[in-house]
Ligand binder design. Structure first.
Ligand SMILES: Cc1ncc(COP(=O)(O)O)c(C=O)c1O
Length: 469
């Protein structure tokens, strides 16, 4: 029984895959404050040109620079596991595989994009990076990448996570980065939020505003900003996950999975695992592709597809995406990395196209699933990842009821060794499920009413599933 499927170094993918080349309907462009499409030069204050080129590219495959590959190769290719233990516990005929991104030095998939982003900035002569982080995974990944390529790094961390997860900020410190709880009084955006609500738990939207402001107001002009999810270039960098997984499945004779499942916050680990399979689906393969989000922050299942800001205060362009409204502050939730009001435009467009079947799950079921996974497979997953695990368990049980030998592939986006406080709260019975009330949803969405409308365009080839629960 081969439970770990590995690739050799020479089998590492040498190119990233860009879904923008294959989507049947091209995604709408991001818009500037005047309502016209953003031109690449406008982004030059926050990103180096090589990243901007990737952001707007419609090339299907983009070469991974040799030096980036060498840095990624410190832990990649990541292992693919067959979940024999979980399968046996569930008595399911399904064959369950998981791609284990927890083996990176930061403990998640996030370094897959942090490394190339830091490297391209270094090549462009930049001295320091600013960023935001939710659960601390992205912040620690960028701190790691900055240390490896020789950049300074300043991280605005959502305050609720900063308090709940103190060890992530220590990791950032070890790698030489500065970590500031957001909202903070170091930026105008932060001070405005604190004036309205001194106890604000913060949100990714607020932290992004602070990080972008800290970048564009640096008088030396040698600071740039790095985003850990949502944007096209981040989705691109993460596709190394799915490209490796496809080779690994082929090694054990699986032609393609029936189901691909991953959790979604801004969309990056999901896109990374799923986009190569979305391409297969566009080309005719029968694959159900499921992004899983929390019921407390359900941008794909209950949000609307519209033009909205990526941050709280308007430092970013308007993005065509599923959103709960940029002023929506999600409730405190242990899966801090899933507390984001918006969704990657590429993931959103794939959902509009009907290529995805989004689901929203409550947090107690997710913790229960994570505990079952830890007791059968050994790995204690991040609370974000637990959403994928819970959906896998639902699907595996259904496969059992139907007597079907389904092949399920899911993304183990990170380990939960620094999230044990969440597990402790779960065992102490302190966690509750939270279904977002319709009134709060309407209030959040109203914050995007003033922006141009985004037309949800699709080819009609796949019956729309966005909004399905
Ligand atoms: C382990 C883990 N999984 C998933 C996510 C969600 O982000 P994304 O949707 O960009 O993968 C995060 C975000 O911090 C994370 O830390």
């Amino acid at each position: 029984m081969q439970s770990v499927i590995r690739l050799e170094h020479h089998e590492l993918p040498r190119q990233w895959y860009n879904l923008a080349a294959d989507l049947p309907t091209a995604p709408l462009p991001p818009l500037g404050p005047d309502g016209s499409p953003v031109n690449p030069a406008q982004l030059a204050a926050i990103f180096p040109m090589s990243i901007i080129e990737q952001e707007v590219s419609s090339e299907r495959y983009i070469d991974i620079p040799e030096e980036v590959l060498a840095l990624l190769a410190r832990w990649r290719p990541s292992p693919l596991h067959r979940a024999y233990g979980l399968e046996a516990a569930l008595g399911t005929p399904a064959r369950i595989y998981y791609k284990n991104e927890s083996v990176s030095p930061a403990g998640s998939h996030k370094p897959n994009s942090a490394i190339p982003q830091a490297w391209y900035n270094k090549q462009a002569g930049i001295k320091r990076l600013t960023t935001e982080t939710g659960a601390g995974q992205w912040g620690s990944a960028l701190a790691l990448a900055s240390a490896l390529v020789g950049l300074e790094c300043k991280v605005y961390m959502v305050k609720s996570s900063y308090e709940q997860k103190p060890y992530r900020k220590h990791m950032m410190g070890v790698w030489g980065a500065t970590c500031i709880p957001s909202p903070s009084d170091t930026t105008k955006a932060g001070r405005e939020v604190l004036a309205k609500d001194p106890d604000s738990p913060g949100s990714l939207g607020i932290a992004i505003s602070e990080a972008v402001e800290a970048c564009v107001t640096d008088p030396t002009g040698q600071t740039r900003y790095a985003l850990g999810s949502v944007l096209n270039h981040v989705m691109l960098h993460q596709t190394i996950i799915g490209l490796e997984a496809r080779k690994q499945l082929a090694k054990v004779g699986e032609s393609h999975p029936d189901l691909v499942i991953a959790c979604v916050g801004g969309g990056s680990n999901f896109a990374g695992l799923a986009f190569p399979f979305v391409r297969d689906k566009i080309n005719g393969a029968q694959i159900e592709i499921i992004p899983v989000e929390p019921t407390s922050c359900p941008s794909l299942t209950r949000g609307k597809f519209l033009y909205d800001l990526g941050d709280m205060t308007g430092m970013t362009p308007l993005l065509p995406m599923h959103s709960l409204g940029h002023e929506f502050v999600p409730p405190r939730l242990h899966a801090g990395g899933l507390r984001y009001h918006g969704m990657s435009p590429l993931v959103s467009q794939a959902a509009v196209e009907g290529l995805l079947s989004p689901k929203a799950l409550p947090q107690l079921e997710c913790f229960e699933a994570a505990v079952q996974f830890a007791r059968t497979e050994g790995i204690i997953v991040a609370p974000e990842t637990s959403h994928a695990v819970a959906q896998v368990i639902r699907e595996a049980k259904q496969a059992k009821e139907e007597g079907k030998e389904k092949v399920i592939l899911f993304g183990l986006s990170g380990h939960g060794m620094l999230d044990l406080g969440g597990y402790a709260s779960y065992f102490a019975g302190e966690l509750e499920d939270y279904e977002m009330p319709a009134s709060i949803l309407a209030q959040g969405l109203a914050s995007a009413d003033k922006f141009p409308k985004a037309e949800a365009r699709s080819s009609g080839r796949w019956p729309a599933k966005a909004g399905a629960r």
